[in-house]
Design a protein around this ligand. Structure first.
Ligand code: CTP
Length: 216
């Protein structure tokens, strides 16, 4: 696997939308910038990149195979189909953890709509893929507001990743929507490395170098 051009990387990016009716959905503030920066850095490293992206307002990176999706379920179907052929999975997407039990085909009039909505969990794509991994390197992201490193380490273990990128959200210059970020890359053996604050492009370049599968 030392030849960069032989590495196939599957990257997810952006938010998902879980529609309640045609005009209302549950989502999150992800803009996809970190995932797109990773896709660009992976292409620059000579990798072949499949990019599964939720709704974002970003220019399609050159030389990637882009699969636009909306919901967590759609994202899962693409990742599920592409996973076996990939060498590296990077789940940078902010996948919605919940979706409404009922999705109405017609707009619900506000006077008639129920004021409470019942939600159910979406499938955990990262955990499901990590359980199935053979030769793949599996990289997760952890969006945390507090106890960032400890929560990310617990997540790495619970989901069975090889690496997790701990990401503090809710701070100026980091997390959702920002052009810059600071992250901690944590390995399954417990070692870690802080990267940034710097641009998401620079962080992406360093992450791609660090997670490159070693020659076998
Ligand atoms: N993820 C996923 N499928 C989901 C939810 C999250 O694959 N249904 C992935 C994300 O892409 C990310 C990692 O799991 O790589 C962690 O996501 P995060 O939102 O930080 O954590 P959750 O697993 O959602 O847990 P919690 O919300 O309790 O912190």
């Amino acid at each position: 696997m030392s030849n960069a051009s032989s590495i196939r990387c599957l990257i997810t990016a952006g938010p998902t939308r879980e529609f309640i009716d045609p005009v209302r959905f549950l989502s999150n503030p992800s803009t996809g910038k970190m995932g797109y920066a990773l896709a660009e850095a992976a292409v620059a490293a000579g990798w072949t990149v499949d990019l599964v992206a939720g709704p974002v307002a970003l220019k399609e990176p050159d030389d990637v195979i882009l699969y636009p999706v909306v919901s967590a379920e759609e994202m899962f179907h693409h990742v599920d189909a592409l996973f076996d052929a990939c060498d590296v999975l990077i789940m940078a997407a902010a996948v919605s953890d919940f979706r409404p039990v009922q999705q109405h085909a017609q707009k619900q009039k506000k006077e008639e709509a129920s004021k409470s909505i019942e939600f159910e969990r979406t499938i955990d794509i990262l955990k499901t893929m990590a359980e199935r991994k053979a030769h793949q390197t599996v990289v997760g992201f952890a969006a945390e507001t507090d106890n960032v490193d400890a929560s990310a380490r617990a997540k790495l273990e619970a989901k069975g990743c090889d690496w997790i990128v701990a990401n503090k959200v809710g701070e100026a210059g980091a997390g959702f929507a920002a052009d810059t970020n600071k992250v901690t890359l944590i390995a399954a053996d417990g070692s870690s490395l802080k990267i940034g604050p710097t641009t998401k492009a620079a962080i992406a370049k360093e992450l791609i170098q660090l997670i490159t599968p070693s020659a076998t």
